[in-house]
Design a protein around this ligand. Sequence first.
Ligand SMILES: C[S@@+](CC[C@H](N)C(=O)[O-])C[C@H]1O[C@@H](n2cnc3c(N)ncnc32)[C@H](O)[C@@H]1O
Length: 447
Amino acid sequence: MEKENPRMPEKHTIEDINPEATSVVSPLSLETEFKSEKVEEERFENPTKAKEEGNVSVTLPSMKDNIRNGVPPIQYKPERQKYWLDKRNLELEEAYMRIAPGIPLVNVNHKKLFLEKCKQYYAEMVKNTNGINPIDRWDEYEIVRMFGKGLNPTSLKTALNNIEFLVENIKSNEDVIRVIEFGPGSGWSTLMLRNKLHEKFKDKKIELYSVDMSPHSIVATQNSLDYYQIPWQTEMSAINVSEIENSKDYVNLVVGDFIKFAQAQPDNYFHGFFSSHGTAYLSQEEYEELLEVISTKGKDKAPLVVDSLDPMYTVKLNTLHLLYCSIFPSRVKKMPEYVYGKGTISSSKYFAGQEVKTLTKVHNKESDLFYNWNNFLLSKRKFRYFLEMLQSIKVTTDVINEYRDDVFPSYLVTDLVKKNKEYRWKVLEDLPECPLYITNCGLILEK
Ligand SMILES: C[S@@+](CC[C@H](N)C(=O)[O-])C[C@H]1O[C@@H](n2cnc3c(N)ncnc32)[C@H](O)[C@@H]1O
């Protein structure tokens, strides 16, 4: 398929930091939140508790059989969430919240601990559930990268913009809002989506279902939710979510394939669908099938918002320049938004042989967050943290380089819908702008 390159580099205006903006989870409210969760804990009259041996101890049916047979899901443990409370640096989180409002911070000092917890959760999952196997591509190694990518705010800002756009487009008078997220990865997008839904629909019940075929991704998401004290439960098969009890009280994680999961759902049930770099890894044929299936499962006017890398751009950043921008973030405003280096050739099956543009310097709204945060860290003499930030941007650019040829970019999803008049999807035009190396798509169901 020929790509009509929809975008030319253009200048953004640089926005100032907005100290008024709302937070992910106010760190200072955490203690209070935890107390109310303790009350919730007492309500958990679930059979898991009785059978408890260690921390997670339910025996679930094989993932091959898709029937739940009344077996309860794995649920979060309040004591495990509490574990993170005294480790978090609330002052640092407050500062991050001012610089990168709405974006969750996991202190880099906890990276090792976080990854150890993932290992532990995964081992327990394997021990207690039949048929758990790592997914080749999305295994432990990738979790380290998916998690590492989110340690810098630049990577998450686009997902946050797209989440806000999705949430703005969910309009419902019903008491319950049901949303599916495809591919939570290590849970950064899940945290932001969950928070934005609660922020907009304060008086409604939220049912968020995040589905991922990789057990490694699911345990990493469990961990991210633990870090932010958010109750979760995990279904080990792609069940019909209307059978899940108390789904409003948790973020509901599901181990399953996107299409199989979608097929198992009730018709006209969901108010929205979201995926940040998740459905991007479907083939065109799989994408077409998913669009078809979820058009039946969504309610009239349910939006779908997705994003992906743009296979026609890659990023190779100059470390000295990153250092310069971190020391003098105010000078960045005068710099061109993108500086290009020597291009390369695409191996994407959709754009084989075409030129991929290389960006060597980036000064956009997203990178501002990175420079401003680094500047804050330097001003506080947090040099080790600052070095970790440089490392995390390297993870992001490595991921862009290595993944971009595999994606079915979001603008091709838009093209699919524009070309296929039989879809009940219509294209939403006023999407948030993305950096050049990312692309997004917004659709709405018209039934
Ligand atoms: C790049 S990660 C997304 C990470 C996350 N949303 C973020 O933006 O950081 C892609 C995730 O999608 C999952 N995934 C990819 N294809 C899938 C499929 N067909 N069914 C279920 N999960 C899938 C992978 O296991 C992986 O966890």
